[in-house]
Ligand binder design. Structure first.
Ligand SMILES: [Zn+2]
Length: 137
């Protein structure tokens, strides 16, 4: 066995570009199969989102730190630092763990109350505000 007669048609540095181009051609030729790949990817991400979120909530005691409730638990940034949204659950473990150190578990109602106070929203706008900011965070 010898690798001496192996010839490379392109440099190693060109490989990512070549791969991207072949990948693009494959997607164009097989839109139906690519749709399946995308759907599987979405399903995988959805699963990761719920699993990681549930595991973190359980690790925090599985209840709201304000009222002790166990219904509709959410991840709250103790000090607001911009919208992170759903994406945190898809970050690398190290980055996610660092961010989650700044978070606490709140039930939906306590989370809404806290967010409204932080944003100085009139309490009479509670349900309207809820619809505007929450999409199952
Ligand atoms: Zn609560």
């Amino acid at each position: 066995m010898s690798n001496q007669d192996t010839t490379y048609s392109c440099s190693v540095l060109a490989m990512p570009k070549l791969y991207a181009e072949r990948s693009r051609l494959w997607r164009e030729r097989h839109p139906d199969r690519y749709a399946v790949v995308l759907a599987n990817d979405r399903e995988h991400k959805r699963k990761l989102y719920w699993e990681r979120r549930a595991a973190w909530i359980a690790s925090q005691g599985g209840k709201c730190v304000k009222c002790g409730g166990t219904d509709r638990l959410e991840c709250d940034h103790i000090v607001r630092n911009g919208k992170v949204g759903h994406s945190i659950w898809h970050w690398s473990q190290a980055r996610r763990d660092a961010e989650l150190l700044k978070c606490q578990v709140l039930c939906h109602e306590c989370h809404l109350t806290k967010t409204m106070a932080e944003n100085k929203v009139d309490p009479s706008y509670r349900r309207k505000y809820e619809r505007e900011i929450y999409v199952g965070a």
